[in-house]
Design a protein around this ligand. Sequence first.
Ligand code: SME
Length: 153
Amino acid sequence: MKNFKSYTYILNLAQNLTEGEDDFISNCANISSLIFNNIEDLNWAGFYLWKNDRLVLGPFQGQTATTRIELGKGVCGYSAKDKITYIVPDVHEFPGHIACDLSTNSEIVIPLIKEEKLIGVLDIDSPKLNRFSEEDKINLEKIATILIKNSKI
Ligand code: SME
């Protein structure tokens, strides 16, 4: 059963889960589960990783998803290209949005950057319109920072 938590709790757990483990894929797997199971109104949470000049599906929670995304395609591809977080209140209005789970209505994508290099993106989807706020952005970016700091990449 899902039991939703505050960002203070989630950030503490993100740090505790990753500080003793430097394997990036293991940490991505745990972080996707942490987000998916503790934040309200989500239908997908996971990673696309930058490999051979495109984004490739990494650890995630939710329905099956597209495996490869080109730079500049979909919300993930925009976030990767521009290296900024994208909050999309209504995915149906985002040009080129890639629909994986038809129940998705809003989305946030956080780029993973280490020493100015793109590592991948953290992609989170919600069935609710306009689900993601500035508070979500700030805290999810903090989670991405913890993940990168504690992992060997
Ligand atoms: N909607 C994303 C694609 C990934 S799925 O949502 C998991 C996008 O437009 O980039």
